[in-house]
Design a protein around this ligand. Structure first.
Ligand SMILES: *Cc1c(COP(=O)(O)O)cnc(C)c1O
Length: 369
């Protein structure tokens, strides 16, 4: 073939590697789906809230119609919860959509986007997707080096992505450090503060990023219903920013990007405080369980503020793949992070107590193999 389809910036994109579905692993390794434990995609091990299930059942009758393009009721629920006007909210098909919308709305081809090494894979993907130039700032202790990110901003930088807590490493940037960063970022550079794991933060670490949105017209806070709210399969996320940014994001948004069932389920989940509390409790207990297991096995891990832990499973660059395969054979799905440049590590989503226990038993075997 003497030509190639598509522009160079698209051909250069390495596809996102998702956690492997249970059905696929069952087929490949000849296992029973019922015995497989998936701790690979930072999903809520409780599944979806019962309140969302009921809301979905009630919404089924209207599926012949298009969803509400403006998501009035969901935005009203978000506006009430965070005490912001409705025109400060953008709805996304997952918060992944929000990240893409921000890149599309705010960055032209050839301009630059700043993000950290070992941060969320979607940041470089969104950057490449719009033909922008990624400026990857070396990580500090597996987390964001916020002062270095400030220094990395160039004249053509339009966007900075920060995940707090970070995925896949689980690190956390304290509020004071973020606040200092926001105060010194040039006002024409938009900061996307991706708080996908915010609901898991202990009370003493919680901070009021919405107050910062009121102060900084160049700040966009991104939230998801996929993690603590247990709705990953429905795809709902949202952004809170001042109207100038919200308006731009909505111009590039697909009119019906959040489906009717997702909108109904999200409203129910947002108001389900009991479910959220239970999720955080199970997560905290699971974190103690997993890290005690790692300590017993003498494994290094990165202290995590999310619903997952990054653990070092060997000293050679084949370790992650090797231990991952040994776990898969035992019906345990976790996430290799070679694609992030962390080939000696695996990322383990925190599961139910029995799932964590099954994983630790299998891990011990895998390390001995
Ligand atoms: C999981 C995750 C998201 C996106 O999740 P959605 O399901 O698309 O809402 C965004 N940012 C980070 C850091 C994540 O880990």
């Amino acid at each position: 073939m003497s030509f190639e389809f598509g522009p160079a910036h698209v051909r250069r994109i390495a596809p996102y590697q998702a956690g492997r579905p249970i059905s696929e692993v069952a087929r490949e390794f000849g296992l029973d789906e019922a015995n497989i434990v998936k701790l690979a995609s930072n999903e809520n091990p409780l599944g979806m809230p019962e309140s969302s299930r009921r809301a979905i059942e009630a919404a089924l009758a209207d599926l012949g119609r298009y969803p509400d393009s403006n998501g009035f009721e969901l935005k009203a629920a978000i506006a009430a919860k965070y005490d912001v006007p409705m025109d400060w909210i953008t709805l996304g098909n997952g918060s992944n959509d929000i990240l893409e919308l921000a890149a599309h709305a705010l960055v032209a081809p050839g301009e630059s986007i700043v993000y950290s090494q070992y941060s969320f894979a979607v940041y470089p993907l969104a950057t490449q997707g719009v033909g922008a130039r990624g400026i990857e700032v070396p990580s500090l202790n597996y987390g964001h080096d916020i002062p270095a990110m400030g220094r990395a901003i160039e004249a053509d930088t339009k966007l900075v992505f920060i995940a707090n807590p970070n995925n896949p490493t689980g690190t956390f940037v304290p509020a004071a450090e973020l606040e200092a960063f926001l105060a010194q970022v040039p006002p024409q550079v938009v900061v996307v503060l991706d708080e996908a794991y915010n609901e898991y933060l202990a009370a003493e670490l919680q901070y009021d990023s919405i107050a910062w949105v009121r102060r900084y017209p160049n700040l966009l806070v991104s939230r998801t219903m996929s993690k603590a709210y247990g709705l990953a399969g429905l795809r709902v996320g949202f952004a809170i920013a001042q109207p100038q940014l919200t308006d731009l994001l909505n111009r590039v948004r697909q009119p019906f990007n959040v489906n009717s069932l997702a909108q109904a389920a999200a409203i129910a989940a947002l108001n389900d405080r009991e479910f959220l509390e239970r999720s955080a409790q199970i997560n905290a207990a699971g974190y103690r369980q997993l890290t005690a297991g790692f300590d017993a096995l003498g494994l290094e891990y990165v202290p995590s503020y999310g619903n997952f832990v990054l653990v070092k499973v060997g000293a050679d660059d084949g370790a992650g793949s090797r231990v991952n395969l040994a776990l898969l054979k035992q019906g345990i799905i976790v996430r290799p992070v070679n694609g992030y440049g962390l080939p000696q590590w695996l990322r383990i989503s925190i599961g139910l107590p029995e799932e964590n226990a099954a994983f630790l038993t299998a891990l011990k075997q895998a390390l001995a193999a």
